[in-house]
Design a protein around this ligand. Structure first.
Ligand code: 4NP
Length: 157
């Protein structure tokens, strides 16, 4: 395994499953499905074992990303050991994840948009209470960060 990547948001039904599905397709298309492990989870427990929000699924599928098989789960202590990259969507997620994370693994936790310096924003905004546009904006940001993350992982020896 070259790298393992965990995407984290609040509910694990909008942003982190979108990142999971988009990054997985890029990894699969690059022929790296056996060398990069991917998962997603949330810091909040309102939607456990739910499929992604229909609006997130629809927006993603329009661009060829199928999120239908994903199910939400909570972050757990084993995640901090298992994953090399723990990539969160916003600063509240980062705060919540760092509260749970043992000191020696804190360096793994980063804002996902750290990998999208070309964007003027550093957080993926929560689209849950907004309109469909919000879901499309999330996808555009996640695509940029995912392409850069994939390049970084491909450069690992
Ligand atoms: P997510 O969006 O963190 O991108 O999955 C949300 C989903 C559900 C809620 C908030 C954000 N909620 O409050 O139930």
């Amino acid at each position: 395994m070259k790298a393992s990547v965990l995407f984290v948001c609040l509910g694990n039904i909008c942003r982190s499953p979108t990142a999971h599905g988009i990054f997985k397709k890029l990894v699969d298309d690059a022929g790296l499905n056996n060398t990069v492990a991917i998962d997603s989870c949330g810091t909040g427990d309102w939607h456990l074992d739910h499929a992604p929000d229909k609006r997130a699924q629809t927006a993603a599928l329009q661009q060829g990303f199928d999120l239908s098989g994903l199910r939400s789960r909570l972050i757990c202590q084993a995640d901090f050991i298992r994953f090399d990259y723990i990539l969160v969507m916003d600063k509240k997620n980062l705060h919540d994840v760092l509260l749970l994370c043992p000191e020696q693994f804190k360096h793994k936790c980063e804002l996902f948009l750290t990998y999208a310096n070309e964007l003027a924003v550093d957080e993926v905004p929560d689209p849950y209470y907004g309109g469909d546009d919000g879901f499309e904006d999330v996808i555009e940001m996640i695509k940029v960060a995912s392409l850069n993350l994939l390049k970084e992982i491909q450069a690992i020896d």
